[in-house]
Design a protein around this ligand. Structure first.
Ligand code: NAG
Ligand code: NAG
Ligand code: NAG
Ligand code: NAG
Length: 379
């Protein structure tokens, strides 16, 4: 029979051993998953959620395959942008009128988007020549037929909008329940003909006032808009009601004919959608404006251009679906590239993290607001 003192020492030894083992594993675990540590401060602004999120974080950090964590860490410049996202997003957001006015005044005086973002009869006279934005040598003559299709006046010139939602197509919108909040804005911008049907409506809304189209979709999805595919094209357009359809007809020559054809089809079949051509002059001005602020990308993404336009014409700009990383900032699940598919972006053209960094700066200055978390479903 063992004396009780031995028994106590024995249990104490086992206890210390088990505790040490647990602590050792935990440190090992955390150091293996630096990527998540970058993300943690994102949720610090809501303490009642923190313990719940910590639980999920632990679950992920022990179960997530290595490639999940590597994705955040390996992406060039992502760590820094993520750290900024965490810092800025943790602070409460408030519209800061003087910053907003100062910035939008500079933007307007350099880019004149409210008058020149789209081609109109007022800013592009008959018989003038349009220089393309994406190819320096390409030009187009403004013939009477082309000129007739231009709207007379600019669509934004008459008044300033109060509230605007700009919807990026990021996978972060999945299960966000942001639909009602997005649609509550006076004007909703969307990019690249995203689906807004009942499968997605709850999370992305279904109101659209301006939607952009990358003309390559007309070749790929609608067989270059030949007669057989016209009904399908018009049916797709119905989802956007009577919104403006923004076509970059004069960025690359490849886009010109097909954009003009799209506009003609819409007119011929009396679809309520209103096609407008993006103005390459505006595109070039935006490019030099942003490069003077240190953003030296080969091409600005459409989403980024639309945000710039919204800043000029709206008093209040709310962004949804802008999150260029592959992990959800609060749920930590892997995200698809778009909320509706997982086709990767052309990373060679657009440097989303550096554009996102600019947007974050504007968020932190109270000029616009980026929404990353979920919304109240019955906003
Ligand atoms: C914090 O999270 C809880 C639970 O998700 C939620 O009910 C509450 O509204 C949140 N508070 C803030 C300030 O976002
Ligand atoms: C903006 O564009 C309009 C129309 O082209 C022009 O009349 C106006 O002078 C421009 N304003 C600035 C500040 O460039
Ligand atoms: C979204 O929510 C549904 C229903 O709760 C769930 O089945 C699905 O896995 C969720 N998707 C993501 C990406 O979170
Ligand atoms: C959006 O959905 C609502 C309710 O389902 C519907 O009444 C409305 O017509 C839809 N809007 C558009 C632009 O399709």
């Amino acid at each position: 029979m063992r004396p009780p003192i031995f028994q106590k020492a024995f249990y104490f030894l086992i206890f210390t051993f088990v505790l040490g083992f647990l602590l050792f594993n935990l440190t090992l675990d955390i150091s293996h998953h630096q990527g998540y540590n970058q993300l943690v401060p994102l949720m610090k602004h809501n303490t009642s959620r923190t313990s719940e999120m910590n639980k999920r974080r632990q679950l992920i950090s022990t179960n997530a395959p290595q490639h999940v964590t590597k994705k955040v860490v390996d992406c060039k410049g992502c760590k820094e942008v993520l750290a900024k996202a965490a810092k800025y997003y943790a602070e409460p957001w408030k519209l800061q009128d003087d910053n907003h006015q100062e910035f939008t005044f500079r933007l307007s005086s350099k880019c004149n988007g409210s008058e020149e973002a789209i081609i109109t009869q007022a800013n592009t006279p008959l018989n003038s020549v349009i220089s393309f934005s994406g190819e320096s040598r390409s030009k187009a003559d403004v013939t009477p037929a082309l000129f007739d299709g231009f709207p007379k006046e600019h669509i934004f010139s008459s008044k300033k909008l109060d509230t605007c939602s700009v919807v990026g197509n990021g996978g972060i919108l999945i299960n966000s329940t942001c639909g009602k909040q997005i649609d509550s804005a006076q004007f909703v911008f969307r990019c690249n003909l995203p689906p807004v049907d009942k499968r997605f409506k709850m999370h992305v809304g279904n109101k659209t006032d301006l939607v952009t189209a990358n003309p390559s979709i007309f070749y790929i999805k609608f067989a270059a808009l030949n007669k057989n595919k016209t009904p399908q094209f018009l049916e797709t357009m119905q989802a956007y009601g009577s919104s403006y359809l923004w076509l970059p007809a004069f960025s690359l020559r490849y886009n010109t004919k097909i954009s003009i054809r799209a506009a003609r089809v819409i007119k011929e079949f009396k679809s309520p959608i209103k096609p407008v051509f993006a103005n390459p002059k505006y595109h070039k001005k935006l490019h030099s404006f942003w490069s003077s602020l240190g953003l030296r990308e080969a091409r600005l993404s459409t989403g980024f251009m639309i945000v710039s336009l919204a800043l000029e014409v709206c008093k209040r700009v709310d962004l949804y679906g802008f999150w260029p990383f592959e992990i959800h900032p609060e749920r930590f699940n892997l995200l698809t590239n778009h909320y509706y598919d997982n086709v990767p972006a052309k990373k060679a053209f657009h440097a989303m993290p550096s554009e996102f960094e600019r947007l974050l700066q504007l968020h932190s200055k109270g000029v616009l607001r980026i929404h990353l978390g979920d919304c109240q479903p019955d906003f």
